[in-house]
Design a protein around this ligand. Structure first.
Ligand SMILES: Nc1nc2c(ncn2[C@@H]2O[C@H](COP(=O)(O)OP(=O)(O)OP(=O)(O)O)[C@@H](O)[C@H]2O)c(=O)[nH]1
Ligand SMILES: [Mg+2]
Length: 610
């Protein structure tokens, strides 16, 4: 067996926001992969618009730096639990992992989740305690908790022998001992060279596993992965081996390797390196690309199952087709189908209705990001309330359960535990920092988390943080009854006016501004009572001949509660939908007229009685 001593392959893993992408920034900046006058900014690897707006990584990405003539291929991964599929698919490209842990938060459920995956893959770990510049950091305690986590998860003894570094990724400094003054990230680069094993090279002809796909309008599909054996060059003849073992013949067009944010076109790449190749227009993630002589496949990538589903349907609102470029069933299906190629933990299937598809993902955010992406591309459609996916195992109905971690203040403990117990959550841990801050850990079925995020930020006044991670499947505990209040529903189509909205605000809170176009059956607010009520928000004040007052002008409306896409999805009930268009996110009743809704209510009452 040979080794490539001129390469190291590492993946960066951590809980959300612990500083992975910022640490990659620091490595890129120090390695001078940018021209001196190039303005590079922050979170350089988060290139997609939604990532930049939300400040989170959604997709795993490759980059590389050169240090002392060794190329370090770096894979940045998302830390949010909903994008765990992105971590799962890229781990096999690496030989080592940097596990980042925030110096205040310490190991979080997702830290455990990703470390378990990395240990299973046999990756050599390096622990980086990050954000040591933060006031109140509790580094010694965090390190102890991290060591405990390794004791629990390590598969072999040598995985317990990991180096520990201390970083301020934001300042671009890493030190090997606490108290040392940091200068740059050299200690990290040295540690990677010294501790991460160089890639092993098996003998034989070309073989690579496709771990990721990208698209380019000129080059077409780009297959990204690590070469396990042999060499690859432009115009080489290869085969791809599909999931069912089927073999397709191709000629490689171009071969690229990574350096900084660039793809470098190369004449040849060898085993141990991570490459991007073009010319294979039907290849999929998980396929093996191999030489014609040795066509055996590498083990396919295993990705966790989806836990949440919702329907995506053609827009059926009275405003359908006004704002979108792509509005038909065929266009919606083609777009969802295309997404399956790269979004590995997504599933799409047909339903009884021709115009509606069932889309399954790893969580509400996973699906919300897809919805937002499609909306920006010009799609128009409607989605239903998300549901947790149950399944039958050994004849028993089981449901997904998650670990919910809440960092909050003492004063919210009562209200949170009460709300969560109605959602079938069980408190499994509680830690008080001796002051006012408390960390609560619950096990809660996924169905209990749907609709929770919005009420959570309301009751804790936006002062608390919640995180969830998939735990496993448990026997189904029965349904949860929605406790949401009724909706304020527009009773007529037209333009909402101050007078009409003021009437609505007498009943509850409203979601729209005066001047908004509404249709009958559109949800325009939340009632303060459990029942829905229909209100004519387009109704003007009766004009009298005497201009007795300027009351209409003097009406002061409370500002509308503006729901984000995620909040809208979280908010709706089963008998409601969210209408998505490039210009608007509207909530609506499934049945638009009051007559239809009362007929439906009385028929469901009858069926209950029978
Ligand atoms: N004080 C301090 N803040 C940091 C440090 N490193 C990162 N941050 C901040 O932490 C936040 C999250 O950083 P990211 O690099 O986006 O974290 P991430 O792990 O890539 O997050 P995801 O990709 O969404 O999982 C940003 O606001 C950073 O500026 C650090 O060393 N010190
Ligand atoms: Mg990131």
């Amino acid at each position: 067996m040979n080794y490539r001593s001129d390469i190291r392959n590492i993946v960066i893993i951590a809980h959300v926001d612990h500083g992975k992408t910022t640490l990659v920034d620091a490595m890129l900046k120090q390695s001078k992969v940018f021209r001196n006058n190039q303005i590079v900014g922050e979170l350089i690897m988060d290139q997609n618009a939604i990532e930049r707006e939300k400040g989170i990584t959604i997709m795993a990405r490759n980059t590389a730096v050169i240090y002392r003539d060794v190329k370090i291929n770096i894979i940045d991964t998302p830390g949010h639990a909903d994008f765990s599929g992105e971590v799962e698919r890229v781990l096999s490209m690496a030989d080592g992992c940097l596990l980042l842990v925030d110096s205040i938060e310490g190991p979080m459920p997702q830290t455990k989740f990703v470390l378990r995956l990395a240990m299973k893959m046999g990756l050599k770990p390096i622990v980086v305690i990050n954000k040591i510049d933060r006031r109140n950091s509790r580094i010694a305690e965090v390190l102890k908790l991290t060591e405990d986590l390794f004791l629990e998860l390590a598969i072999s003894a040598d995985q317990l022998d990991f180096p520990v570094l201390y970083a301020s990724a934001r300042e671009g400094t890493v030190v090997t001992e606490l108290g040392m003054k940091g200068k740059d990230v050299t200690p990290l680069l040295e540690c990677i060279l010294g501790k991460v094993p160089p890639p092993k090279i098996e003998s034989g002809s070309f073989q690579m596993l496709v771990s990721n796909l990208a698209y380019d309008s000129h080059k077409g599909k780009i297959a990204i992965g690590r070469i396990w054996r042999g060499k690859v060059a432009p115009h080489q003849l290869v085969v791809s081996v599909g999931a069912d073992g089927s073999i397709t013949h191709y000629e490689i067009s171009e071969v690229f390797t990574y350096l900084g944010l660039k793809h470098l076109k190369v004449e040849e790449a060898e085993a141990g390196d991570i490459v991007a190749v073009t010319g294979l227009d039907k290849v999929n993630i998980g396929d093996t690309i191999a030489s014609l002589e040795q066509t055996e496949a590498l083990p396919r990538i295993e990705i966790g199952e989806p836990t949440v589903e919702m329907t995506f349907g053609v827009n059926t609102s009275p405003f359908a087709g006004r704002e979108g470029h792509f509005c038909t069933t065929r266009q919606l299906w083609a777009r969802l189908y295309r997404e399956l190629e790269t979004n590995l933990s997504l599933r799409v299937q047909g339903t009884d209705s021709r115009d509606t598809f069932l889309v399954k993902g790893r969580g509400e955010l996973h699906l919300a990001i897809l919805i937002e992406t499609m909306r920006r591309e010009g799609y128009e459609f409607e989605v239903s309330k998300p549901k947790a996916i149950t399944k039958i195992v050994d004849g028993n109905l089981v449901e997904p359960v998650e670990v919910l971690t809440i960092d909050t203040k003492d004063e919210y403990f009562g209200v949170l535990t009460e709300m969560l117990s109605k959602r079938q959550a069980q408190l499994t841990d509680m830690r008080n920092d001796g002051h006012d801050d408390v960390r609560l850990v619950f096990h809660v079925p996924t169905k209990g988390l749907i609709g929770f995020r919005t009420v959570f930020s309301t009751v804790t006044h936006g002062e608390s943080i919640m995180n969830t991670t998939f735990l496993g499947y448990e026997p189904y505990h029965g349904d949860i009854i929605s406790t949401r209040n009724g909706a304020l529903v527009a009773s007529e189509q037209g333009i909402a006016v101050t007078y009409g909205l003021n009437n609505a605000q007498g009943r509850g809170c409203t979601f729209i501004e005066p001047g908004t176009l509404v249709y009958e059956g559109m949800v325009i607010g939340l009632n303060s009572q459990p029942k829905d009520i229909a209100i004519n928000v387009c109704k003007e004040k009766k004009k009298t001949n005497v201009r007795s007052s300027t009351s209409d002008i003097s009406i002061k409306l409370a500002p509308p509660v503006q729901l984000s896409l995620e909040q809208a999805i979280d908010f709706i009930n089963d008998d409601e939908l969210v209408e998505i268009t490039p210009g608007n996110i509207r909530l609506r009743k499934r049945l638009l007229t009051q007559a239809q809704r009362s007929k439906d209510r009385s028929s469901s009452r009858r069926s209950v009685k029978q």
